[in-house]
Structure formats: structure tokens, C-alpha cells
Design a protein around this ligand. Sequence first.
Ligand SMILES: NC(=O)C1=CN([C@@H]2O[C@H](COP(=O)(O)OP(=O)(O)OC[C@H]3O[C@@H](n4cnc5c(N)ncnc54)[C@H](O)[C@@H]3O)[C@@H](O)[C@H]2O)[C@H](O)CC1
Ligand SMILES: [K+]
Length: 509
Amino acid sequence: MHIVTSEEMRRIDRYAIDHIGMPAMVLMENAGRAVSEEVISFLEGRPGRIAILTGKGNNGGDGIVAGRHLSEAGYQVHLIYAESPDRFQGEAALQSQIAHKWGLPHYIYSEQERINWELYDAVVDALLGTGSRGAPRGVYAKLIEEVNRSGRPVISIDIPSGLDADTGQIHTPCIRADRTVALAFTKRGLEQYPGVRQAGTVIVRSIGIPQGIADRMNVNTYLIQEPLLSAKLALNEYRHRQSDTHKGTFGHVLVAAGSRAMAGAGLLSAKAALRSGAGLVSWALPMSMVEPLLGHLPEVMLQGVADEQHGDWRAADPKELIAMAQKKNAMLFGPGTGRFAQDDRFVRRIWEETACPLVIDADGLNMIAAAADFDSWSRRKSPVVLTPHPGEMARLCGRSVPEVQQDRISCARNYAVQYHVTLVLKGARTVVATPDGTVYVNPTGNAGMATGGSGDVLAGLISGLLAQGYTAAQASALGVYLHGAAGDRAVQRRCHSASLIAGDIVENL
Ligand SMILES: NC(=O)C1=CN([C@@H]2O[C@H](COP(=O)(O)OP(=O)(O)OC[C@H]3O[C@@H](n4cnc5c(N)ncnc54)[C@H](O)[C@@H]3O)[C@@H](O)[C@H]2O)[C@H](O)CC1
Ligand SMILES: [K+]
């Protein structure tokens, strides 16, 4: 499913009206009717009284139409205008005239007369939609504050009023909705935090605009869902293995990870690589660690690198890893390796002198961030996947964590395009950005996954998928989706997200 910005939605809307010939009033009628159906389903068919908070733009127009349909369905509806309908624009003005002749009760909000919110079983937020700019002003702000204090259930039309539709940042004030009915397409702001929380359950309803227009308008941001994985990412084949196969068919992964202080990072990523379906996994780690780890993960092959008995990577020669990477189908570098002197040169040699697809995570990312000459590293022929959390991303792009989080989609996309990598920006609603600027947002996963080792599992999983021949985009999008789904399944089994540990994610892959 496509995810749009307000500007993309405006262009799609214009195209539907000007080129396809869908009258704007028809789109608004469809929108309002869809909203009324969602309100009825929210109230589970119980009769009730409904306040529709109506702004002067098209979002308000949608609200008026919803009010008409709800009234027709037997609900008691009050239109509460944020400002006089004389000031309403375009279709919203027409809708208010129709509603008045139709006999829909309405009044204009005034700060002097307090609304008795107790009267209402639900409130429809039709104040501001994708045409909203900046923080809600004047009466709009007052109404939003009042509704949020009222404790009444709220259904927002298109976006919660006060939400930045493009980034998911929230202005003060911003409606806290129980449900949001997104029209035609979901919006970026509904799919990124804190907007996700503010929107409640998001339901996307068609309003008669063909989905294909989004491609025509070059919308290249998607929500990862099963149909997208099978169609757009062509992963139909994933679940089918021919019966006459052998382990050589599914690739050989080299996991370079772990050290004395962080052996678990290597264990988790190697195990996840195995669980991804890769045929063979070799795990490179400091030589003195090999002996104690023998038997801990019998399915992987252990390969020691020089460590002068330190149990870390400072004495390792990149040549050792480069030799091991030959004939491998993918390589993961970084989880639990720690940092060491001149490690930026170490990772540069891995980057430039290995031929297989490469995943870099954790310490490996900090090594890149520390490399003053990163811009001059030669471009790899096979793909690179970087898997930073927001802190690592901030170091990679030389910004602060709040700056990264402010607009995660743009941040990930810009970096992926500039450095020609596939970038997986982790955190709730992980963002996958590819070198051509396509972005995939992942809806699976839960707060329990904010636990040590969770990222090591993801990195191992993506490297294992790459080894099986998936492209970087496929492996990353499928990897984050499965990782989150495994975490969700683990929480169901454990009954509470707080108890989730990274090992549970691997076990549920
Ligand atoms: N998806 C579609 O194809 C359709 C969507 N519809 C709905 O239309 C809105 C967008 O409508 P638009 O008229 O462009 O903007 P708004 O309704 O969001 O209102 C903007 C209105 O409010 C004023 N304003 C802007 N910012 C602020 C602010 N911060 N505080 C106070 N007032 C503000 C501004 O002057 C504008 O006049 C979309 O979300 C859908 O709900 C169509 O109905 C059907 C087709
Ligand atoms: K709204």
C-alpha cells in the first residue's frame, strides 16, 4: 500500500478531478459516507449522539457529509462549526448549504458557551486535514484542547487535527483519536511516531480514486504488508522450497561478530541467519573465543581470527576476513565486535575488498561514522545494507537524534540515495530506504523488542536472506517484517511485552 505526503495527495486529488473527471463533490460524498460507516462500526451499531467538529476546508466538508449519512442512519447529529459557514471554501461551503436545507442541526462554536461534551457518544474530528499548516490556531486550537479534555471517543477524518501529515510530528494541540479514517491513501504522519499513537487505529477507505494514480504520480513510499511483499517485492516464491534441493541452494553466510564482552551478539546474529533459511552459516570471531563457544550453536561453523588471547578484534587482520568472505553469498559485520584502533580502515577494507552482499550493523556502523574519508570509499558492485538505530543514524549523518527522529523517512531516504546503500533505520515503524529512493515502512513489532540483542537478530536475518539470493530491498523489507512478526508472536505467547528477550524473537522466526 502506498503512503503519501499531503503534497502527493493534493496532486493525486487534482489528477482524479481534472484528468479522470471525478467531480470533487463525488469524492467528498464518498469520503463522508465512508466515514459515517466507520463511525457506525465504531459504535457497534448502538444508537447515539454525535458531534461533528467542522473546519472550513474540505476536511470539514467530509465531516458534513458524514453527518448527513449518520443522521439518515438514525443518529442524533450536531454540526459544530469552528467558524461561520459563510467563510467556508469550495465544496465545504456547498456541503454546508446542502446540510442546512436538509435540516441538519448546527451551531457555531463560541468560546463563551461551553460545549456539554457529556451529551455525545462520539466526536468526529473534521477540523483540519492535509491542508493544515503549522500548529492549529485560534478556535481550532481551543476546540482541540476541549475535546482532548472531554474524554469522549474521537474519530478523526483523514488525520488527527494538529498532526503533521508528512512527518508524524505533533503540534500543540493535536487531537488524540481512537480511530482515524484515512481517505484514499494512508499518510506518512499516520505511519510514523508520535503520529501513530495520536491516530489510534487507522482505517484506509477508498473514495473512488484509482490506486494506480499513485504510481503515475511517482509515489515511492510503501507500507509493508503481505500483498506488497508478494506483488511489489515479488516474494511469492519465498515460502516455496522445491523438494529436490540441498543446502548449497540456500547460500552461505559469513557472520563476523562478537567478542569476549559481547559473545551473545554473535550467537544471536548467527542463529538468526540460520533461522532465515540460509543453507550454511560460518561465524568469524576472535580465536580465543572459539573454544569456549564450541557446542553452543552446533549448526554454525566457527572460524577464529587472530586475537593474541585478548578475545577482541584489535589484533585481527582484515585480510583474514576478506579471505573467509570469498565464495560466501553474504556477509554480516559489526554486532558485538567492539571498537579498536584504526577500525575505520579495517571496515573500509572489508567494504572495498569483499565481493558478496554486505550487512553492516552496530559497531561496524560507528566505524563508518568515524571514517573521515567515507565519501571517497569506492562504490561496491554488490549491495550494502546498513542497519542503524537512531543513535547510530545520527552519528552516520552528523545530526542529533531528535533531528533524525523528526522526519525518519526523509532522513533514511536521503542517506540511502546519497551513499547508494540500502538503509534500515530501526525503531518503532522501521524505515527501509533503497538507493533508488524507494522507502518501505514496517508496521510489525512491539515495544517489547526494545531489548538488547534484538538488532543482532535483525542483522543476522537480513544477511541470511541476502545469502539466499534476495535483493537488498527484498531482504531488508522482508527481514524487518518477519523480525517484527516474530516479536509479536513471542509477546502473544509470553502474554506481556516486558518479558520479551531477543532469544524469543529468534525462536519465533
Ligand atoms: N484525498 C482526497 O482526494 C480528498 C480529500 N478530501 C479532504 O480534504 C482534506 C484537505 O482539504 P483542504 O481544504 O485542502 O484543507 P483542510 O480541510 O485541511 O483545511 C485547511 C483550511 O484550514 C485553514 N488552516 C490551515 N492550517 C491551519 C491551522 N494551523 N490552524 C487553523 N486553520 C488552518 C486553511 O486556511 C484552510 O482553509 C483532506 O484531508 C480530506 O479530508 C476531500 O474531501 C475529498 C477528496
Ligand atoms: K481531521
